[in-house]
Design a protein around this ligand. Structure first.
Ligand code: KG4
Ligand code: ZN
Length: 348
């Protein structure tokens, strides 16, 4: 089954074609992402109306480009998947409108995909590990993006239980806000991570929030205040900046690793899959591999380019549901706030 995937929930326009007849990442016949980062940079964050308008401009050319790269025409498609939520309502409606219209014109089944389920399933799109194969439920998922930080028990595809989440800032948001207060341009997460590479470990030590008490929830908003104080009181030299960045990154990574270990204990399994933009972070990847290996398990990630928002994960997640016979009616309907636990299961 060849499925067109469309992602437009925030500031990336993503389009992909996933072919379920081919194994693993070979099924990804083509994918393209257009990032609006430059458009929003001067405002220091995403401006929803500008995001919607840019999706309008970019989506159809990107669909044409992706189909051309896949060597396919619209007539070759068997289904359409699009992000139906959570996200910015205007931005979601652009993707849903285009996807629904295409599906209606081509008489194809279409399905609205939960953005976080797309992230969650992205690691399963990768080629199987030569020894352990593709991760199969039950496992625990850590979803760490600009808008979410969640630990989810995955009992099956479509069977999700929230184990813990952030009570304030998401991990990516904490990276971006901390980067901003040290003068790095939006979105500062990746730049802060790059700066941390030059930093001296241990030169600055920030707290590991909420790890001193039981529970699987997170709180990252206090960290940026700690960083702000350290930054204001420092000499602000390039080395100090890198040292503070390293101290911040270590605090976030260690906090996530501690809670992931606890979540594996709570769920009674040893496999953690990680996705969302912060899943691209090199030190987080290394630390979680180490944590999982130490308990005889493993940590699975998509390649960094499939951690951040993309159409491939939507095509893949949509294909799994369409293959199971699920699809939605023809209404253009989006769900800006959407609980993943309310999704229907996908029969094996
Ligand atoms: O999943 P994503 O592309 O979009 C959302 O759905 O939010 O995640 C974007 C977030 C941003 O906050 C960005 O700064 C962060 O992921 N991010 C990183 C890295 N790459 C992206 N944070 C830390 N280290 C990175 N290497
Ligand atoms: Zn995302």
């Amino acid at each position: 089954m060849k499925v067109l995937g469309i992602e437009s929930s925030c500031d990336e326009t993503g389009v992909a074609v996933y072919d379920t007849a081919l194994p693993g990442v070979a099924g990804l016949r083509a994918h393209a992402v257009y990032s609006q980062v430059a458009l929003h940079a001067e405002y220091g964050g995403v401006v929803p109306e500008l995001a919607s308008r840019d999706h309008v401009r970019k989506l159809l050319p990107l669909v044409r480009q992706t189909l051309a790269e896949a060597g396919m025409g619209v007539g070759d498609l068997d289904g359409v998947a699009y992000t139906a939520g959570p996200g910015l309502v205007g931005a979601l409606l652009v993707g849903a409108g285009v996807a629904r219209s295409l599906a209606w014109a081509l008489d194809l089944p279409a399905i609205g995909v939960h953005h976080m389920e797309g992230h969650l399933l992205a690691p399963l799109m990768e080629d199987p590990d030569p020894v352990h194969g593709t991760p199969e439920p039950p496992f625990v998922a850590l979803l760490v993006s600009g808008g979410h930080t969640q630990l989810v028990a995955v009992d099956g595809i479509g069977r999700y239980r929230l184990l813990g989440e952030t009570l304030d800032d998401a991990a990516g948001e904490a990276f971006d806000k901390t980067a901003k207060l040290m003068g790095l341009p939006y979105p500062g997460g990746p730049q802060l991570a790059a700066l941390a590479e030059q930093g001296t470990p241990g030169a600055y030590r920030f707290s590991r929030p909420m790890t001193d008490r039981p529970g699987l929830d997170f709180s990252f908003s206090g960290l940026k205040t700690q960083v702000l104080l350290a930054w204001q009181q420092s000499d602000r030299s390039p080395q100090t900046k890198a040292d503070i960045a390293r101290g911040f990154e270590d605090a976030v990574v260690e906090t996530l690793a501690i809670k992931c270990g606890r979540a594996l204990d709570a769920a009674g399994c040893d496999v953690i899959v990680v996705s969302g933009g912060v899943g691209a972070n090199r030190r987080l990847r290394a630390r979680l591999q180490e944590m999982a290996a130490a308990r005889g398990g493993r940590a699975c990630f998509p390649r960094p380019s499939l951690c951040t928002d993309n159409g491939a994960m939507i095509a893949f997640a949509g294909a799994l549901r369409l293959q199971a016979g699920q699809h939605d009616d023809a209404a253009v309907h989006v769900t800006p706030r959407w609980d993943m636990a309310s999704l229907p299961p996908v029969a094996a």
